[in-house]
Design a protein around this ligand. Structure first.
Ligand code: ZN
Length: 315
């Protein structure tokens, strides 16, 4: 994969000249092991990445969150960690525990809770600033390791299989929920996981569609602080593409098993994009295609509720 030396990549290179922890982890990423499954014609990569242990096994219950210092607040960040101001009340930092060759964290300047709707305008603006990158969001109950501090993450475009698969999927495998010149919306039932995708050249139509999605999803999951969703967004040739992955569960049963039955996998946006992260060698070695199918089935929204969600968006 070609990595362009744009201002974000240059920021990372500069950062790694003065921050040993980060530099070491990016160097190790070059040696990281990956393998690829082809399941039903779809690609799932598995990455063995021991540095992601703290994220995969993060305790995100209220008591644990309240007991720790927020690592995204400026007063608590490591002295070596620099930031770029993106405008829109968001900063850009180098993520020192990378999955992507350029892995960035984009926290809000203020310590406010992880919620998608109030951050949508910023999301569209940030993604437009970051062509050649994808920007992603993990909900407070499905993957965000700082559910108390609003943030996105970003990595270079082209790494997650969903980006290329979407081009053929939308022609063959999706149901079209809405079609017009400025906005198309598709739903995908049989893409191993459930996915709703939209393509638009209008920030306002994009925001309205995601708001409709959240409003209707909230009726299905009223008990949640926010309906469980992971989101990926890219911007290219004047258009945004947004993939929404509605969930019903944070961690699969395998996560809580013991001994050889355990698989320490805590799926979030990157996994839903088609790259499973295994922080432990034994999980990387033993994971099978049927584990992946089973994990997606457990954590994705069920058929019945997905049907309800699709209908409400189409209307
Ligand atoms: Zn904070």
């Amino acid at each position: 994969m070609n990595i362009k030396n744009d201002r974000f990549r240059n920021f990372l290179i500069q950062q790694n000249q003065s921050w040993k922890l980060s530099a070491d982890n990016y160097r190790e990423l070059d040696l990281v092991e990956e393998k690829t499954f082809l399941i039903g014609g779809f690609q799932i990569k598995v990455q063995f990445n021991p540095e992601r242990m703290r994220s995969s096994s993060a305790r995100i219950d209220n008591t644990s969150i309240e007991a720790r210092k927020c690592f995204l607040c400026s007063g608590n960040r490591p002295a070596e960690q620099n930031s770029l101001d993106l405008g829109n009340e968001f900063l850009l930092l180098v993520n020192p525990f990378p999955i992507f060759r350029t892995h960035l964290t984009l926290p809000s300047v203020s310590h406010i809770p992880q919620r998608l709707f109030p951050a949508l305008e910023a999301l569209f603006d940030i993604t437009r600033q970051m062509q050649d990158y994808l920007v992603f969001y993990n909900g407070p109950e499905c993957g965000a390791s700082a559910p108390d501090h609003l943030h996105f993450q970003s990595g270079e475009s082209g790494f997650l299989p969903v980006e290329s698969e979407f081009h053929s999927l939308k022609k063959t495998a999706g149901s079209l929920l809405h079609q017009s010149e400025p906005l198309n919306i598709w739903a995908f039932d049989h893409y191993l996981r459930k996915m709703i995708s939209l393509e638009t050249d209008s920030i306002q139509l994009g925001i309205n569609t995601i708001k409709t999605f959240l409003d209707n999803f909230r009726k299905i999951q009223p008990e949640r602080t926010e309906p469980m969703v992971n989101l990926l967004c890219t911007y290219s040739k004047g258009k945004w593409v947004v993939h929404l992955f509605p969930r019903k569960l944070h961690r699969p049963t395998q996560f809580f098993e013991h001994g050889t039955e355990q698989l320490l996998i805590s799926p979030a946006s990157v996994d839903f994009g088609g790259v499973f992260i295994t922080p432990r060698r034994e999980d990387f070695d033993k994971i099978t295609a049927s584990d992946i199918v089973d994990i997606f089935n457990q954590v994705s929204l069920d058929d019945e509720n997905f049907e309800i969600l699709k209908r409400s968006i189409a209307n």
